[in-house]
Write a protein that binds this ligand. Sequence first.
Ligand SMILES: NC(=O)c1ccc[n+]([C@@H]2O[C@H](COP(=O)([O-])OP(=O)(O)OC[C@H]3O[C@@H](n4cnc5c(N)ncnc54)[C@H](OP(=O)(O)O)[C@@H]3O)[C@@H](O)[C@H]2O)c1
Length: 333
Amino acid sequence: MGQSNRQFILDEIPQGTLTPAHFRLAEAERPVPADGEVLVRARYISLDAANRAWMQGATYRSALSSGQVMAGGALAEVVESRAPGFAPGDIVFADTGWQEYAALKAGQLTATPKMGPMPHLLSIYGVTGLTAYFGLLKCGRPKAGETVVVSAAAGAVGSVVGQIAKIKGCRTVGIAGGAAKCALLTRDLGYDAAVDYKAGNTRRALREACPDGIDVYFDNVGGDVFEACLFNMANHGRIACCGAVSSYDGAPPPHGPRGVPGLIVTRRLAVTGFIVMDFHNEWDAALKELQGWVESGQLKVYEDVIDGFENLPTALVGLLAGENIGKRMVKVS
Ligand SMILES: NC(=O)c1ccc[n+]([C@@H]2O[C@H](COP(=O)([O-])OP(=O)(O)OC[C@H]3O[C@@H](n4cnc5c(N)ncnc54)[C@H](OP(=O)(O)O)[C@@H]3O)[C@@H](O)[C@H]2O)c1
């Protein structure tokens, strides 16, 4: 065998909650790039709530199947290039999957902006930061003085949304699981108030935290939390639908949120789903603005970097259980 390539195989599609046992560590031969291909070595593999959604069926990408290398985006370094435009040492973003090396067609690689440090290319200067930016500003359209509520508020996307809303002069309320995380939302992450969705009666807790109603709800989770927010929306409020973590892991919820479409009509709500790629043409300008906020100290970057390829399965299971503060990733090399 030539040089080796460690991989995690998605051994079985989970029917209930994802566990590390659904993955199997395997050793393959390091691939050799064909003409038009680039051999890359994974440096940081991104852990995303969406990784689990891909196991449920086709989303904005095709569904995963058992027996394949687990899919996942990564920052990777070019080792050998047989394609124009890429040279050894370049740092690119690509869906390498959970493996140390991948040979990919040049069209599957995205050049990264010359911004650092490197992990920021997965957090604030990557899909995470851009999702928060466009979802809030284009779909939520907050105005100074308005109340913005964010779910999964301490997570990768959520921690950025809350801070941008503050920069725009809004009052911010974060929703997260557990008293300790909620204390962190107001103490460290800059939220004006916090609601613990695991404490019961989220709807009432939100009413108390948002006495004039919610003007913008940035929804990362769907399900019961979405419903609790919907019942607290102010007239002409906006809901930015970013994702639905509450339904990714485990059995589907017994019913959809109540109040749809009645409350959308009577309160004249705008409910907008989006995918960050929709704004691809505007990424450069957004990155500049994000960089300005980071450099001026207005926006803090929260990253949760776990060391070691072998920790990928437990890192994803832990993300879905809410272990992370900010953007979780695994440093591979
Ligand atoms: N539309 C797009 O283009 C786009 C792009 C990127 C990401 N996304 C979406 O953005 C959302 C956040 O993703 P992320 O990768 O940044 O993950 P993340 O927020 O860093 O991590 C997921 C968080 O979800 C929370 N959570 C887990 N189960 C939950 C449940 N049953 N109910 C409520 N909250 C729950 C956990 O925090 P707690 O401790 O608070 O429970 C956990 O920390 C996801 O919905 C993802 O699909 C969308």
